[in-house]
Design a binder for this molecule. Sequence first.
Ligand SMILES: Nc1ncnc2c1ncn2[C@@H]1O[C@H](COP(=O)(O)OP(=O)(O)OP(=O)(O)O)[C@@H](O)[C@H]1O
Length: 268
Amino acid sequence: MTLASLSPTLADREPVVSLSGVGKTFSNGTVALENLDLDVFPGEFLSLLGPSGCGKSTALRLMAGLGRATRGEVSIARHDPGEHRGDIGFVFQEPTLMPWATVADNVWLPLRLKGVSRAKADAVIRDSLALVGLASFAGAYPRELSGGMKMRVSIARALATKPSILLMDEPFAALDEITRFKLNDDLLRLKAELGCTVVFVTHSVYESVYMSSRIVVMAARPGRVVSTIDVDAPMPRSESFRATPRYAELCREASAALHGAMAPDDHL
Ligand SMILES: Nc1ncnc2c1ncn2[C@@H]1O[C@H](COP(=O)(O)OP(=O)(O)OP(=O)(O)O)[C@@H](O)[C@H]1O
């Protein structure tokens, strides 16, 4: 999709994240991305949807400055992603918590790395935990938490630096469906409260339609963008959205785009 085909409000705005002609070839010769163009606009909830190996995580990591493109340009608000680390929160598929540290100390980590003392970070830690509904678990250890709660801690940690861009790599893939639906709603609420921009990697057509304002469908070998779907249903969304004809229609559209993007030996 070109900028001109986006809604005028989006096309008129400066992208916060921009990938232009991006290629990424790993040292073993794997071409993960080729000629990838993608603009993410302020306040969007953008999902990257595509078969396994199409380069979704690679693209997300380049946005976070975790690795460099071998071709093309990646910029965050017109700057190198490395200059914007503090403005980016990253949530991985696994919660990746330190098992020996309390929930509060896990959330402190990105602030500690910036030299903020535990005492100074205390209010932010409490606010971040309150945002994800875990205010009363500050002193608990990861082993005492369910999978969904661990993921909430991981999100609270990403929010501790008050990022304006949240990059999420299949954060709910390992959770059961009920927990996943609950976290989907919580994330939409958080996003509305914080006004941040979210780029969200998922394999799930249903999740991408429920959560996103725009879905970018990628194909593999080489990883590239093959189509874009504007999810025009209004926000905020709730469970009742899943029962609407428009939701079903958008799911069919996203599913068809995903199948169109898949080669016979691709996997979801
Ligand atoms: N560090 C690396 N070294 C070599 N090849 C890599 C590396 N990281 C990823 N790849 C390869 O690059 C391609 C894209 O991988 P990537 O993880 O970005 O895809 P993905 O769409 O996120 O897949 P999945 O949905 O399975 O997580 C794959 O072929 C993968 O094997």
